[in-house]
Design a binder for this molecule. Structure first.
Ligand code: NAD
Length: 419
């Protein structure tokens, strides 16, 4: 892993700070703060795997169910060297607020294995997934806890998870989302997170008069979320002027040839920096590219006071990644008058279509693509408008408003269930 792939501030600390601001706005009781801040269940497992050269490697894995008051726990599984307990807990907590904000009947969870999947062969990746699944399978189930892909995992990993779980429990497609369509996955799931980010950007562009068609966009991360988003924004007429991945980036002020870059980097898994049609840049230089929209779509904590918060030359930040902005950077950007559309809202498209996938699996009735996108847009628009109303009413940031709506819903469910 390159040194700049390290998270500057742990996600857990970022998430805790955001909680306090929203809890204060709601004057939440101290006992309820305790319930909502601590995880319901947290499990650590060893993941021993025989590698291709014959030796046994032992990885560490986590599944943390943060809160299930509003429904089964829901959240992705991340394969990354930094997916330690604190990181996974922060991400699980975010899932609780995200599912509540977009009002789908789930709680929040997250899983992780501390492994660099790029260093594994396909057989080793499958073995890690099967051992990890079998060791957390007691926690899982369509009405208990439903995983999905996250950084470093994909549809194939979810297919292995489904197979491993189903060996003991019978065929259970609703135990995991983000599956291949031929195994009960939903149409539109692969592009759902990017599609959701694009819907939120369209709504904000209309409200604030910031151009999207013709507007300049900078995207960090060119994986599932970043690449799909770039493609969708290009179709809307936006100028994607710079993108990056873990190995570096690319800049072209006239706008990158996104369809060709998508084939090169996303379909053929080549570094974006190797694509002809732009000037190679580093991840540090990416943040200084002038634009209207900055979209972090990789790691947490990447926008921070030490490296880039003061340098950003944009009109709005859209958090496609989870927790990309540290609390101090939040303040610096607020002082500069740069609004931040928070992760809870901006990247919720993935979990919303995961919910649709779960519904389709339980009903054994697949939906057409246009229904998926229509219902996705409706859910996100409702959440966007609720957050916008609170921003205007209370004069708080988009982030605090989104958290306050979510916290209030989870607290209400806790009270109704007896707490
Ligand atoms: P991915 O693994 O498909 O892609 C990650 C991308 O980030 C890759 O291009 C990788 O090279 C790049 N990257 C990694 N470290 C980097 C660094 N230090 N600097 C620059 N680029 C770096 O992951 P993804 O599914 O696209 O997820 C990206 C982000 O979006 C994560 O924060 C994830 O939690 C969040 N998210 C994903 C989904 C989803 O449905 N996949 C949903 C909601 C939120």
């Amino acid at each position: 892993m390159s040194p700049d792939a390290r998270t500057p501030m742990p996600t857990g600390q970022i998430v805790a700070n955001q909680f306090d601001l929203a809890a204060d706005l709601l004057s939440l009781e101290s006992y309820m703060r305790k319930i909502l801040q601590s995880p319901f269940r947290s499990v650590t497992v060893e993941v021993p795997v025989r590698m291709d050269d014959g030796h046994i490697e032992v990885y560490r894995g986590y599944r943390i169910q943060h809160n299930g008051a509003r429904g089964p726990c829901k959240g992705g599984i991340r394969y990354h060297l930094e997916a330690d307990r604190e990181e996974v807990l922060g991400l699980a907590t975010t899932m609780t607020w995200k599912t509540a904000l977009v009002d789908i009947p789930f709680g929040g969870a997250k899983g992780g294995v501390q492994v660099d999947p790029r260093r594994l062969s396909r057989r080793e990746l499958e073995a890690v997934t099967r051992v990890f699944t079998s060791r957390i399978s007691l926690l899982l189930g369509p009405y208990r806890d439903v995983p999905a892909p996250d950084m470093g995992t994909n549809q194939q990993v979810m297919a292995w998870l489904l197979d491993e779980f189903s060996k003991r429990n019978g065929y259970t497609p609703a135990v995991v989302t983000g599956k291949p369509v031929s195994l009960g996955g939903s149409l539109g799931r692969e592009e759902a997170t990017g599609q959701g980010v694009a819907y939120i950007m369209e709504a904000f562009a209309r409200d604030e008069g910031i151009p999207l068609a013709g507007g300049r966009v900078v995207i960090q991360g060119f994986g599932n979320v970043g690449a799909q988003l770039a493609r969708l924004l290009h179709d809307l007429g936006a100028r994607v002027v710079a993108v990056s991945d873990v190995d570096g980036g690319l800049h072209n002020d006239q706008g990158l040839d996104v369809p060709a870059l998508f084939d090169h980097a996303y379909r053929n898994r080549r570094p974006v920096g190797e694509f002809a049609g732009g000037d190679p840049i580093t991840n540090e230089q990416l943040w200084r590219v002038p634009c209207e929209w900055v979209v972090p779509a990789a790691l947490g904590g990447v926008i921070n006071k030490d490296s880039n918060a003061r340098d950003l030359d944009c009109r709005v930040i859209v958090e496609a990644a989870n927790s990309p902005t540290t609390p101090v950077a939040d303040k610096i950007l607020a002082d500069k008058g740069v609004p931040i559309l928070p992760d809870l809202l901006a990247n919720a498209g993935g979990v919303i279509v995961s919910y649709f996938e779960w519904v389709q699996n339980l009903q054994q009735h697949p939906w057409a693509m246009h229904r998926v996108n229509q219902e996705l847009q409706a859910k996100l628009t409702t959440a966007y408008e609720a957050v916008r109303s609170l921003v205007r009413e209370k004069g708080v940031s988009w982030r605090t408003a989104a958290h306050a709506i979510a916290l209030a819903r989870v607290a209400e469910a806790e009270r109704l269930r007896g707490n």
